[in-house]
Ligand binder design. Structure first.
Ligand code: NAG
Ligand code: NAG
Ligand code: NAG
Ligand code: NAG
Length: 399
């Protein structure tokens, strides 16, 4: 009797759940019905913004569909607060930026979401920011080039998903997560030239509970850059290169700065990158800190600086009073890191004289240079090396 009562209870729950998911069926908004044109030449900015307004104002969960085709759009800001509790944007087409970089170049963002909750971007589509002409301008050292727009930015938003899309040739960063909570990024493909300037793949800043899974990032700057105020970040199965690797920092840009806490980076591959796993801070005063970072299971292929902490960053030796970093770096673990360095020094810990790096742990590290043992460099670092660590010599060996 008891069992059948339980069974009945489960049936009721299942029924109620399917009933609620039926009644909260998605309301559909196809951008073609709001004036967007899939021909790559008609400006579709208005069509996208109108589709957003309709979806945002819907009482139901809503679904914005971008069918196959090419859509020319300028800078677009999608703003909350929405009535709709959930907005799924499925992009099967390619969103294309104007060819003239001057149109977007002075806006901070191309496609920006601000103060939204429960927004998902999915699909096999792409954002093509047409960055190369701006990169060429910057490479010619002309001071008249604008800094460029970030392709996709979420600001002050919660419960965000970005799945499966491609970001091509961003002017500046590809994806930026700023002041957000609970963000899930998966299966994203990022592509830009290895020499494109400031084209960070994914930038995370002042955000909590961000996860990045199974993504491939080929770009000119950091694969993933992690700014102040990042907490509970999980990165897994990410392939980087070309580019500058996964980087915590630059920190100490500002005197008053929040710390970076609880970061996990696992199962990553770096090919022909400038850095692998990096922590970087300016050599100047700051309240910032880095605490609780686990780098696990990484493969390095021909990487210039596979493992690096650099607290002495000060380009042109300008604006670094005392040349000492105030950032405190503590509890950093490197486990199962293997592969090849393209320079003799594979492990470099160049920490702050005033704030040495502490509780640094190396375990099962095997990095070679030209089929021989590589070297390590250590300054102001305290920690331990467990099991096989090659190159060794930096930290006290245990076992
Ligand atoms: C660290 O972050 C992970 C998610 O990345 C989370 O599961 C875990 O609970 C966090 N740990 C602490 C001590 O907050
Ligand atoms: C790392 O990821 C690859 C590809 O997803 C997988 O085949 C491999 O088993 C993973 N390694 C570990 C140790 O999880
Ligand atoms: C470490 O930092 C110091 C101080 O900025 C710098 O002079 C030195 O070249 C750095 N060493 C390495 C190996 O990068
Ligand atoms: C370290 O890696 C090299 C190159 O992959 C390999 O030949 C060597 O046996 C490894 N060393 C140990 C102790 O595992």
């Amino acid at each position: 009797m008891k069992l059948s009562g339980l069974f009945h209870g489960i049936l009721v729950i299942v029924f109620v759940m399917s009933y609620t998911s039926l009644t909260s069926a998605l309301t559909n908004f196809n951008v073609l019905n709001f004036g967007a044109k899939p021909n790559g030449v008609t400006d579709s900015t208005d069509g996208f913004l109108k589709a957003w307004d309709a979806a945002c104002g819907s009482a139901d969960s809503s679904f914005i569909y971008v069918p196959k085709g090419r859509y020319l759009v300028g800078a677009m800001a999608f703003k909350g607060q929405c009535k709709s509790p959930q907005i799924i944007i499925r992009i099967d087409g390619t969103i294309v930026a104007p060819l003239d970089y001057g149109v977007l170049g002075k806006s901070e963002n191309w496609i920006s979401f601000q103060g939204v909750t429960g927004v998902s971007i999915t699909g096999a589509g792409a954002f093509d920011a047409k960055g190369p002409s701006l990169w060429t301008c910057k490479a010619s050292n002309s001071n008249s080039c604008p800094s460029g727009a970030t392709t996709l930015r979420f600001t002050n938003s919660n419960n965000i998903k970005i799945h499966g899309i491609t970001s091509l040739n961003s002017q500046m960063f590809h994806i930026a997560i700023n002041g957000c909570r609970n963000v899930h990024i998966q299966g994203v493909k990022i592509i830009a030239a290895g020499d494109s300037p400031n084209t960070d793949g994914i930038h995370v800043h002042l955000s909590t509970d961000v996860e990045i899974f199974s993504s491939s990032i080929k770009t000119g700057d950091d694969c993933i850059s992690i700014g102040p105020g990042t907490k509970n970040l999980w990165i897994e199965r990410v392939i980087c290169g070309p580019g500058h690797g996964i980087s915590i920092g630059s920190l100490a840009k500002d005197l008053k700065e929040e710390g970076v806490q609880n970061v996990t980076v696992m199962n990553t591959t770096f090919s022909n990158t400038q850095n692998g796993l990096r922590i970087k801070s300016w050599a100047r005063p700051s309240t910032g800190f880095v605490e609780g970072v686990r780098f696990t299971d990484s493969v390095m292929r021909n990487v210039q600086n596979p493992i690096v902490i650099d607290q002495n960053y000060c380009p042109h030796n300008e604006n670094c009073p005392g040349q000492i970093s105030g950032v405190k770096i503590k509890d950093i673990t490197y486990t199962d890191i293997r592969g090849t360095s393209s320079t003799p020094v594979a492990i470099k810990f160049n920490c702050s004289a005033e704030n040495p790096c502490t509780e640094v742990k190396l375990q099962n590290v095997n990095l070679t240079y030209l089929n021989k043992a590589a070297q390590s460099f250590c300054s102001n670092v305290v920690g331990k090396a467990f099991d096989l660590v090659q190159p060794n010599g930096c930290l006290e060996s245990i076992g």
